[in-house]
Design a protein around this ligand. Structure first.
Ligand code: SF4
Ligand code: SF4
Length: 410
């Protein structure tokens, strides 16, 4: 195998997800990780309470196929666990139901639980980039094998959410939004994602590329029936391969750079041994959200902060026709930048405080009615900022002086 990391790509034909999963796992020889009596933790993506056809959560048939594959190795326990983007207790249970993940686990006779219902411990991060420790489920440390089951989706903030970002879900409920709040700058947040991934690092990843999302993902995007399964051991390399498939430059997904820097994998596809479908044959360009245009661009911190927090800051928009004033957004905002309107009546929308907002996109990810959007207006933002006002005033004074001098001269 000449030291290259293997990635298998298989096509789902006639909706036979199980066959494609089995083929992919065989192609990378995943059975070499398995032994009898293991505790196997399966980590799907359970972002919010949506049915499988909306392509927000890991498809239950992908999960079913992986559970069946694991069972043949006679594990001691198979546990399916995750935590949603919400901060409210009880939300993960709702997601487990709506996504049919709970039903699938019952049918397959395996355990299924929200991370927040398990005991927790503090995990130290080795050589942290920004996050030296965090609290997560004891299952993460106890599992003999973690299998990551992410879904391919575009993401308003990080452009892609798949292998590396999915493990951020091991932080239960509010711990995720607290981490967003602690690292409001996109690059710092992406470094924190790499730190979390280094602790909860899965030995195996099976990517759900069955029903995906493009455009304003990860919850309000358009569904793409990509009909692919990818499997491998290096989550960074898998994310890089997915970037290639969907036409996204890996340099625009900052957590990949941090993952590579931490030695968690490679974005060099020359270091990958592809098996199954050739990468060139499965390309399907996705609509990519603009993300932060300065993410990953090297510049002085003070300038990066100004550009991110002022010039390229997204404005949150609420769609009054969709908003049901359900309170999810103001309950989940980590910095209380959203408050209810003065009157809770249809047609009114929540109030948004630009000064408080850290543009973490949690509100959009958790809005059950897909009523939240974003707008980036760099010119307007620059003109409205104190620096912009000062620049315009200075320019106006110079122009007035020049006109006065011309008049005086004549
Ligand atoms: S914007 Fe969404 S989450 Fe917020 S109140 Fe309206 S429907 Fe609920
Ligand atoms: S308003 Fe939305 S994007 Fe802004 S900080 Fe709150 S949850 Fe995050």
């Amino acid at each position: 195998m000449d030291g290259k990391t293997p990635i298998a790509i298989t096509r789902i034909r006639d909706d036979d997800v199980g066959k494609a999963v089995r083929e992919a796992l065989d192609l990378v020889d995943a059975k070499r990780l398995m032994r009898e009596g293991m505790l196997v933790l399966l980590k799907p993506n359970l972002l919010s309470a949506k049915p499988p056809e909306r392509a927000v959560t890991t498809h239950p048939e992908v999960l079913r196929a992986v559970i069946r594959w694991v069972k043949q190795f006679k594990p001691r326990r198979i546990v399916v666990a995750d935590s949603t983007a919400s901060t409210s207790m009880g939300t993960t249970e709702k997601v487990l139901k709506a996504s049919l993940i709970e039903q699938t686990c019952q049918e397959e006779g395996v355990e299924c639980m929200p991370f927040e219902k398990t005991t927790r411990r503090v995990y130290k991060v080795k050589d942290p980039l920004v996050l030296d420790e965090f609290a997560a489920s004891t299952l993460v440390g106890e599992a003999d094998l973690i299998i990551n089951l992410p879904k391919i989706k575009t993401h308003d903030l990080t452009r892609l959410t798949c292998c590396v970002k999915n493990m951020f879900g091991t932080l239960p409920l509010g711990n995720k939004s607290r981490t967003h709040g602690r690292f409001p700058m996109i690059n710092d947040f992406c470094a924190a994602l790499a730190d979390v991934y280094s602790v909860s690092r899965p030995a195996l990843t099976v990517v759900d590329g069955y029903l995906c999302q493009e455009g304003p993902g990860p919850s309000a995007g358009d569904v793409v029936k990509l009909d692919l399964i990818l499997a491998g051991f290096d989550g960074v390399a898998l994310d890089a391969a997915i970037c290639k498939i969907i036409g996204l430059d890996t340099g625009k997904v900052p957590y990949l750079k941090f993952g590579e820097k931490k030695g968690l994998g490679t974005t060099d596809l020359g270091a990958v041994e592809f098996k199954g479908e050739p990468l060139e044959n499965v390309k399907r360009p996705f609509k990519i959200p603009p993300g932060s245009p300065i993410a990953g661009v090297p510049m002085p911190r003070v300038l990066a902060k100004y550009l991110a927090n002022v010039v390229f800051k997204a404005r949150i928009t609420f769609d009054p026709a969709r908003c049901k004033l359900c309170a999810t957004c103001w309950k989940n905002c980590p910095v209380e930048a959203i408050t209810p309107p003065a009157e809770l009546k249809q047609g009114n929308v929540p109030c948004w405080d630009n000064a408080r907002c850290i543009t973490c996109y949690t509100c959009a990810e958790t809005c059950p009615h897909e009523a939240i959007g974003f707008k980036i207006e760099p010119l307007k933002n620059a003109v409205r900022s104190p620096l912009g006002i000062a620049a315009i005033t200075t320019l106006a004074v110079i122009v007035a002086l020049v006109i006065w001098m011309v008049i005086a001269w004549c």
